[in-house]
Write a protein that binds this ligand. Structure first.
Ligand code: ASP
Length: 343
């Protein structure tokens, strides 16, 4: 079999990787994508055909929103058959959210979609952008018998390839900005590019890509803290149109056993609002019922987020609400791993 040269589409959405310093204010802002390729002539040395496309107006990822997630999904959908893989350049601040959302939106994905970015702009002398971009392209181009090795949405940063919906941004300064505390790395870049094949997602090869574009953002993220007031929670839970809440609890999914608190959660669930229990800890899992302080939550019908990240929990909630899943099935489907996002 002759080895085919992979075709890779590079999608630039914005982020530090392509930013320059404004000479007047000194603040970083996105610049024209064409300049990005001029700055990395090494890309021509890679054994693949690279084409590029860019957001009309690249953004700092702090301005990211579901409409842009749909835009990225549509670019992938439009070019899905013409390319063997996709590299998405994205700001690191909300990269885990976008990449998690895309993992749900792209059902039966059978090609790599690798998100990357950098902590320093590509033009900076000490930049981490070149390694991140070059290795992301190499990972995306990996093939076995002319078929992609990676068949899921990933995030590559500082020598590691992660399952995207397992990642969290953990550091605003270190080059090692991301972690995947509840799932092993998919690949590591050292002298060799070592792929951990046993951890890769294996999609159903017989199904065609299905792109879901309806996301419902009528949700809230509530992080508990000792002393959180009843009035505050009441006002959040009675927000007009609210359909779901990701509740960040303590440890293995524990929270206050005070009557008003449990009654408020119970009434909210009875009203039809889905409440997902995720832990504030960076690693580990919710285990409702392990302590008395979570036993009641189980009884009143909270959904267990198990070991999902908050980022993936938010995106899964928006995705499933957009799917109009029947209320009876919602909890079971939420607690099922759809794209390898929970154990
Ligand atoms: N603020 C930037 C962004 O998320 C940070 C980065 O790219 O790393 O767009």
């Amino acid at each position: 079999m002759t080895k085919a040269i992979p075709n890779i589409l590079l999608i630039y959405t914005g982020g530090t990787i392509g930013m320059i310093k404004d000479p007047e204010t000194g603040a970083l802002r996105a610049f024209d994508f064409d300049n990005l390729l001029v700055r990395i002539p090494e890309l021509k040395l890679l054994e693949c055909n690279i084409e590029t496309t860019s957001f009309d107006e690249p953004i700092d990822s702090s301005n990211m929103k579901p409409e842009y997630w749909v835009e990225i999904a549509e670019v992938i959908e439009e070019h899905y058959h013409a390319f063997d893989g996709f590299v998405v350049l994205h700001g690191s601040d909300t990269m885990s959210y976008t990449a998690s959302a895309l993992s749900f939106m792209l059902e039966h994905l059978a090609k790599p979609v690798v998100f990357t970015g950098s902590q320093l702009p590509i033009g900076d002398l000490r930049t981490d952008a070149k390694e991140n971009l070059i290795t992301s392209i190499q990972v995306t181009a990996l093939q076995h018998y002319n078929k992609p090795v990676i068949k899921e949405v990933c995030l590559y940063f500082e020598y590691k390839l992660y399952r995207a919906n397992r990642t969290t941004k953990i550091n605003a300064e270190h080059f090692e900005a991301f972690a995947s505390l509840n799932y092993p790395d998919l690949a590591e870049s050292g002298v060799h590019l070592k792929v951990n094949h046993e951890y890769l997602f294996k999609p159903n090869a017989r199904k065609e890509l299905l792109v879901h574009k309806t996301l419902d953002s009528n949700i809230a993220l509530v992080k508990l803290f000792p002393g959180i007031s009843e009035a505050l929670l009441r006002s959040i839970f009675s927000t007009e149109g609210l359909k779901g809440v990701v509740l960040e609890t303590y440890g293995a999914g524990n929270c206050s056993t005070e009557d008003w608190f449990v009654a408020l959660l119970k009434d909210t669930i009875i009203k039809g609002v889905h409440i997902v229990n995720v832990t504030q800890c960076s690693g580990g899992s919710v285990m409702m019922g392990q302590y008395e302080t979570s036993e009641k939550l189980k009884r009143i019908g909270l959904i267990s987020g198990k070991d999902i990240t908050t980022e993936a929990a938010i995106c899964k909630l928006m995705y499933l609400l957009g799917q109009n899943v029947s209320p009876n099935l919602f909890k079971t489907i939420y607690q099922t791993a759809l794209r390898g996002e929970l154990t």
